[in-house]
Write a protein that binds this ligand. Structure first.
Ligand code: F6P
Length: 545
């Protein structure tokens, strides 16, 4: 498929948006709220269980019209339709992009090159459900006849961050009689820590890798197999203690895992869009097939909303467009994501891959340099920890940092008054960021004049507030789908391929070249730059062989 991206900055729609931005540049959020006291109610949008309040942003209803015009001009509607139709919108890899098919209900028809993929999706889901139930009920036994008490997911990138983030997010729904661990780093400390207190006779490894060639994952899986065999002493044990999740049956077999224990998926699922595929197997074992199904329902609700709702009221599209507004017209370089739910502690890390691997691109679909700054640096930690660490910079620093605040009406646990305190902080922070505290207000408190500048808060710091009833499996699915579609929205405006990741290749290739240079008996001839050569020699001199 050839997609010729629109040179968006040359369009009248972009020029009108830029002109409009200049007219708003001097206006403070205080003024915007004074001019339109209802904006806290009107500048909101609901999608399934998600409520987005975008009123505390440097924009007016007119801004939304300008942004929507840009989205239409960039071809967002056509690209959404092409994605849902299974067209090869991942142009550089010539692949369809169909994570939406992973949550399509049975009976829907979504074709990739003429083949309906929905029955395949449901076939694998059925196999996952059956296996998860067997492990959870104790029907699937280890080689020596013992129950599985530990599940270790081995994967990296999307094959790790998704299931790990979702496992942590839904921890209160997990089976506490089984320990779950996630190993990703090739640093041996990771697999060591994950296995050092486990019993091989009760441990199941889920080796998750789309390609089954990722060196970190294969190294960890190989070490895990050695650990298992050292404990159980019989190569036949692998069959009861290893399953694989992959698109690459040949490599799975080569590793020694039976195809009956392989859970497949497809090249049209990107790694960072994959945890609702079989990559979520360890998650399904943890939360059970019913909760996994509820989560898929949440994804689906937002997919349908994104596909069918006009952009003015389309939650993921608006989030995407508001991001473009700040990164490209106000010079913001980062995006903070601040969940006020401890269980979402891995959500910012998960979004880092989703957003930065997708939209960290500098050429367009047709290979031209991009016209605008693309994906921001995404970062964050759960509130209220961040408040006592880096919020100082958000309130009084010199940088513009748009922030998404994510909160929930109901807590997981009734632990004293904690939830009221948490949510009071959640609400206070966006209020303080938006409205600040003027020098006059500070003076009126009797603060000594010399201290007034230090204790003044300029305000005017933009935030989105995302509120949902509770962090249930369904709501998690909704949240993730919203961010997935935010990524597509922005990628279309920038005219880039949000679904490839060529930028990870160079480092991988160089590492493969360097491994033998570190391990060779005789000092190798080195042909790197002088810095890399010297560092290799220093490592070799101290290497523990
Ligand atoms: O190197 C980046 C990447 O390809 C990610 O896109 C992917 O999620 C990760 O590596 C893991 O890949 P795999 O699932 O094939 O092991």
């Amino acid at each position: 498929m050839t997609i010729t991206p629109v040179r968006i900055t040359e369009t009248p729609e972009w020029k009108a948006l830029a002109e409009h931005q200049r007219s708003l540049a001097g206006r403070h959020l205080r003024e915007l709220f004074d001019a339109d006291p209802a904006r806290g109610e009107t500048m909101t949008v609901d999608a399934a269980d998600l409520h987005l309040d975008y009123s505390k942003n440097r924009l007016t209803p007119e801004t939304v019209q300008f942004l929507v015009a840009v989205a239409e001009r960039a071809g967002l509607r056509e690209r959404i339709d092409a994605m849902f139709a299974g067209e090869h919108i991942n142009v550089t890899e010539d692949r369809a992009v169909l994570h939406v098919a992973l949550r399509a209900p049975e009976g829907t028809r979504i074709t990739v090159d003429g083949h309906d993929v929905v029955p395949d999706v449901h076939g694998i889901l059925a196999k996952m459900r059956d296996f998860s139930r067997r492990v959870r009920s104790g029907d699937w036994l280890g080689h020596t006849g013992r129950r599985i008490r530990a599940v270790v997911n081995i994967g990296i990138g999307g094959s790790d961050l998704g299931p790990k983030m979702a496992y942590e997010a839904l921890k209160d729904r997990t089976d506490r009689s089984i320990v779950f661990r996630f190993v990703s780093n090739v640093d041996g400390s990771d697999i060591w820590e994950a296995t050092c207190d486990l019993d091989p006779a009760e441990t199941l490894f889920v080796v998750s890798s789309k390609t089954f060639t990722t060196s970190e994952t294969i190294a960890n899986a190989t070490t895990a197999r050695e650990w298992l065999l050292a404990g159980l002493g019989d190569p036949a044990a692998v069959a009861r203690h290893f399953v694989a999740v992959s698109t690459n049956a040949e490599k799975v077999q080569e590793f020694g895992i039976d195809l009956g224990s392989m859970f497949g998926f497809w090249d049209w699922v990107g790694g960072r869009y994959s945890y609702d595929s079989a990559i979520g197997l360890s998650l399904m074992i943890a939360i059970g097939p019913e909760a996994f199904g509820e989560m898929l329902g949440g994804f689906r609700a937002i997919d349908e909303h994104f596909r069918d709702t006009p952009f003015e009221r389309n939650l993921p599209a608006l989030m995407g467009l508001i991001g473009v507004w700040y990164y490209d017209l106000w010079g913001a370089e980062t995006q903070a994501v601040l969940p006020y739910d401890h269980y979402l502690s891995w959500f910012p890390d998960y979004l880092q891959q989703l957003e930065m691997e997708s939209n960290g691109k500098s050429v367009t679909l047709s290979g031209e340099p991009v016209e605008l700054p693309t994906g921001p640096v995404v970062w964050g930690t759960p509130g209220t920890n961040g408040q006592h660490a880096y919020y100082q910079l958000l309130h009084q620093g010199t940088r513009l940092v748009p922030a998404d605040f994510i909160g929930f009406l109901r807590p997981h646990h009734r632990v004293g008054a904690h939830h009221d305190m948490l949510m009071a902080n959640f609400l206070a922070q966006t209020e303080a960021l938006a409205f600040g505290k003027t020098a006059e207000e500070v003076e009126a408190e009797g603060v000594p004049p010399a201290q007034v500048p230090h204790r003044t808060f300029s305000g005017n710091h933009p935030t989105n507030t995302l509120l949902a009833p509770a962090l249930t499996p369904r709501v998690l699915g909704e949240l993730v789908a919203a961010y997935e579609h935010r990524v597509l929205t922005q990628g279309v405006i920038w005219g880039i391929d949000s679904f490839d990741q060529w930028g990870v290749e160079l480092g991988k290739a160089l590492a493969q070249r360097i491994v033998p240079e570190l391990t060779a008996e005789a000092a190798p001839e080195l042909h790197h730059d002088s810095s890399t050569n010297a560092l290799i020699r220093r490592y070799r001199a101290a290497r523990v062989g």
